[in-house]
Design a protein around this ligand. Structure first.
Ligand SMILES: [Zn+2]
Ligand SMILES: [Zn+2]
Length: 95
């Protein structure tokens, strides 16, 4: 055992390095799988949980993910508004 580790003075030589700033990575990006540190990633809430996404992927895909959520909200909100309009029309007709 002794001597085998000599020469590799780099702490955590097998540990992944952040692909953006070069610091020790905290984990892989959910989008491009490159290792990123805690400072270079943002937590994005997806369907099944929270994902760490690097800044490049956040700039590329985070906005579209947010737009998808807005689309889902609109998809729910428009029928609700239509139903409210129909209910108001019926209420006005019954008076
Ligand atoms: Zn970093
Ligand atoms: Zn990424």
């Amino acid at each position: 055992m002794t001597g085998a580790l000599q020469g590799s003075g780099d702490d955590g030589g097998a540990a992944a390095r952040c692909g953006i700033c070069g610091a020790l990575a905290a984990g892989p990006c959910a989008g491009c799988r490159q290792p990123v540190c805690a400072d270079c990633c943002v937590l994005t809430e997806g369907g099944a949980g929270t994902w760490a996404v690097c800044l490049a992927c956040e700039r590329r895909g985070g906005a579209s993910l947010r737009r998808a959520w807005l689309g889902l909200l609109a998809w729910i909100g428009v029928p609700v508004l239509l139903l409210a309009g129909v209910a108001a029309a019926i209420w006005a007709a019954l008076r």
